[in-house]
Design a protein. Sequence first.
Length: 389
Amino acid sequence: MQAIGEMNITPRILLGPGPSMVHPRVLRAMSAPLTGHLDPEFLQLMEETKEMLRAVFQTGNFLTIAISGTGSAGMETCLVNLIEPGDEVLVCVNGVFGTRMSDIVERCGGKLVRVDVPWGKPVTPEDLKKGLAKSKPKLVCVVHAETSTGAWTQLPALVNLAHEAGALFLADTVTSLAGCPVKIDEWGVDAVYSGTQKCLSCPPGLSPVSFSEAAMKKLRARKTKPQSWYLDVSMLEKYWGQERVYHHTAPITMNYALRESLRLVLEEGLDARFARHERNHKALVAGLEAMGLKMVVAPGERLWMLNSVHIPDGVQDAAVRSLLLKEFNIEIGGGLGDFKGKAWRIGLMGESSTRNHVLLVLVALECALTKQGFKLKPGAGIEAASKLL
Ligand SMILES: *Cc1c(COP(=O)(O)O)cnc(C)c1O
C-alpha cells in the first residue's frame, strides 16, 4: 500500500442544512487534553452542560442531558423510551424528519397514526385535530423546524390539543434550538431532542434531550424495557445524575465542544441570537427575490435558519452547487425527497448566519445563475439584501 498523505481539508463556508460553521473557540476546546469519563473535572463539566442546556431549552426539567450520537439518536432516544409495543402514536409528517419519526415508531412496535401535511407547509391545529378525531394516541410527535422544506410549525396550540386528548407531546427542535425561540416549559412540551451541528454551531455528534416529569412518569411506569440498551434513559440518568454509574464512555471531546458552544450561545444572549437569525434570513430572502428566485415556503411560515428556494426552469441543480463549491468554497444543500432536484436549501444557522455570508452567497448565486443563462439584473440581489443588513 502507498503511504496515505496528510489530511488537508479545504475550509468551507457551510451554508447548507447542517453542519454549520464552528467558532474557533469550540475547535480550541476540542484540542484540550482528554480526561476519563468519570474524572471529577469531567463530571463538573457535565453539570455545567446540563445547566446551560436547561437555559437554552428554557426548561427546569431535571432530565436534560446530551445523548452520545447525532440528532437522529435524540429522536430515537425519545421514541424508544416513550413508546411501549402496542401504544398508539400520532406523527405529523410534513417532510423528511416526520417520515423518519414514523419509521422509528413502527420499529418500536408502536401503532402509527400518520397525519400527512403537504411538504413546504407547517403543521396546523386543524391538521392535528383531524388526526386526533380518528385515534387516541399516547404520544403526539411534531417537527418544530422542518429542515427538509424550511417550514416553521408553531407548537403551543398543538401541545394543548395533544394534552387535551390525553397524550404526551414530543418536539423535534434539531434545527430550531438556539436559532429561534424554543420554550419547553412555557409551551408544556413533554419530550424534546435537538442536535449540536445546526444552530448550536458545534460539530455533529451529540444530541441534547429533555424530558418533563410527565414523560419521566411514563418511562418509570413501563412494563417492558426499551428496545435500545444504549439509549435507555433510565440507565443514562444514573450516569448523568448523582450516582455516576458507568454506562458507556462519553465522547469526551464532543462534550468539551458542546460546553463551549453553549457558552457562546449564552454570551450572545438568546434574544440577540434569534434577532440575528431573523435579520439575516430576511435579507437573504429579499436578495433572492430581487434576483427573480421564488421561495418554497409562504411568507410568515418560513424558518429563519433554513431557506428553501425553487430552482428556476432550465437551471441545472448540480452545476450550480458544484460551481458554488469549487469557485466560492460555499456548500449549500440540494432538495430532499419531494424536493430533490427542485429546490436548494440555504442554511443560515448559528455561526453561519452572518451578514458577510448572506452577501457572499448572493454574489455566488448570481455568478452561477448567469452562467446558466438565467436572466437577472446584475447586483439586484445585493442591493435588496443590503437595505436590511
Ligand atoms: C438534521 C435533523 C435531524 C437529524 O439529525 P442528524 O444529526 O442528521 O442525525 C432530525 N431532525 C431535524 C429537523 C433535522 O434538521
